[in-house]
Structures are given as structure tokens and as C-alpha cells.
Design a protein around this ligand. Structure first.
Ligand SMILES: [Zn+2]
Length: 263
């Protein structure tokens, strides 16, 4: 796994500092990362930002493009236990996330932790839902966010899909916001309506795969048994890690947000 795999973008990569359109040899569709900032990455659980966008975060750090991470939950549900244990685990995962972002090059990672219930985002309705949207809008406003990266709307994990819904709702106040998605747990078959509303991009990270690997390894609680009492909890599947350590990261620019989000 130490060897970066070959880039399989169908479009020749001009620069490691551009999001390159996949399958469309048109220079005008190329998006320099420097044009995206300030960037907000919405992460349902501490580690999604590293797995999905670690290379992008490292590039932003390199060129001092401001990047903030909106951490929806503390990920305390990965190894279920009593309340005290889960609070402790949530704190461990927050520290792991901080270390991962430092490893990616952010000197003082800007992490906004909403500490919502892991596994419970879909249950947030009515006033609570509106309150979360308002908090996200405040974050966007205070940091003058221009681009958001959110999990795919058809991700298999409900917290991931709901994170996308929250961000969709929040950007209604910011009509000029660029909206990208990244995929962690893809569905067996992607919906035609979703893919029709997106444009695929890739980012060459072949020279920094090793940095991303080190960052993923900061999430130790998700890689190895934490202790014998919680040996049965979640572990990142090797297949997922391999997928996320390819020489490029995949993103989709969402062109038709209402169509994308009506899934
Ligand atoms: Zn997740």
C-alpha cells in the first residue's frame, strides 16, 4: 500500500493544484484550488474529512487556502458502550481528528464540532433541524465560506446523507456557494438523477499519498481494537483505506442542487 496507484482519471492532469474535470478535455472546466477558498468540509464523523478529502486539505494547507472542518458528531457510536464510555470515545476521536488535520499540514486546525448524536442525525426534525441549519449558516458567514464539500447524497450511511441535507439547506442563504460532494460508502448502484446533476472531478494527490496515509493512521480508534471490552466495534475496512489511498481523490461538483437533494 506504500506505492501510489496509477491515476485513472480519463483526463490528463495539468496540475496537482487543480480539480480536473473527468472525461472532458476542456481547460475552462479546470478549477484551481486557490479559487475555492475559504473552504468548509462537512464531516459526519471524525475521520470522514481525512478519508474523503485528506489530499485536498493537504493541498489547501500547502497554498494557505483557508479550510475549516465542520464535524457533525464526535463519532462516539463507533464502539457502543455506556454514556461515560461513549463520551470518552468521542473525546478520543476529536483528538484523533485534530492530529490528522495537523498531519495534513494545518497548523491550527479550525474544527467546528457540533457534537450531535452519532447515528441520530436523521432524527433531528422541526426546531432542532432549523437550529442546526442556522448554526451552519453562522459558520459559513463568519468564515466567509465560498466552497463546501459534503458527503454524497446517496452515501450508504444515514448520517452522511443527512449531513448533505443540512448543508443543502444551509447554502440556500448563499446562492453563490460552490457545492462539491465526496463519497465514503457508495451505494451498489448510483442513482441516475444524482449523477446527472453532478460533474465529476479528480485531484492528483500522487505525491502526498504518504501524508494522507499518516493522517488516516491518526484515527487509531478506527483501525485497531481500543480495548478488550470494546473489541467488537467498528474498524475501517482495508478495502476502504486502499480506495482512499489512490493517487487521486474523486469529487463531484453539484450543478443542480435541488435535483441532487431530492433523493
Ligand atoms: Zn462517517
Amino acid at each position: 500500500m506504500d506505492q501510489a496507484e496509477n491515476v485513472d482519471c480519463t483526463y490528463h492532469v495539468h496540475s496537482s493544484y487543480n480539480l480536473e474535470p473527468v472525461g472532458r478535455p476542456s481547460q475552462q472546466d479546470v478549477i484551481p484550488i486557490s479559487a475555492l477558498g475559504p473552504v468548509l468540509i462537512a464531516s459526519p464523523h471524525p475521520d470522514d474529512e481525512t478519508l474523503g478529502c485528506g489530499g485536498l486539505i493537504a493541498r489547501c494547507a500547502e497554498i494557505t487556502c483557508p479550510v475549516s472542518v465542520l464535524s457533525m458528531t464526535n463519532g462516539e457510536g463507533s464502539h457502543p458502550g455506556d454514556k461515560a464510555w461513549e463520551e470518552n470515545l468521542g473525546n478520543i476521536r476529536k483528538l484523533e481528528q485534530h492530529s490528522a488535520l495537523e498531519t495534513l499540514g494545518l497548523k491550527k486546525p479550525d474544527i467546528i464540532s457540533l457534537a450531535l448524536s452519532d447515528g441520530g442525525l436523521e432524527q433531528l426534525k422541526g426546531e432542532m433541524y432549523k437550529r442546526v441549519v442556522a448554526v451552519i449558516q453562522d459558520v459559513m458567514q463568519s468564515r466567509r465560506i465560498r466552497t463546501v464539500f459534503v458527503p454524497a447524497i446517496d452515501d450508504c450511511h444515514a448520517d452522511h446523507r443527512q449531513t448533505a441535507h443540512f448543508l443543502f439547506e444551509a447554502v440556500s442563504k448563499f446562492p453563490k456557494m460552490h457545492f462539491f460532494s465526496y463519497q465514503i460508502w457508495p451505494p451498489a448502484v448510483r442513482s441516475a438523477q444524482v449523477t446527472a446533476s453532478e460533474m465529476s472531478y479528480c485531484l492528483n494527490i500522487s505525491d502526498i499519498v504518504c501524508v494522507k496515509r499518516r493522517a488516516i493512521h491518526q484515527h487509531q480508534s478506527q483501525l485497531n481494537p481500543i480495548n478488550t471490552a470494546h473489541a467488537e466495534g467498528f474498524r475501517m475496512p482495508p478495502k476502504l483505506i486502499k480506495e482512499k489511498l489512490k493517487a487521486y481523490e474523486s469529487y463531484a461538483l453539484v450543478r443542480d442542487l435541488p435535483a441532487w437533494c431530492s433523493q
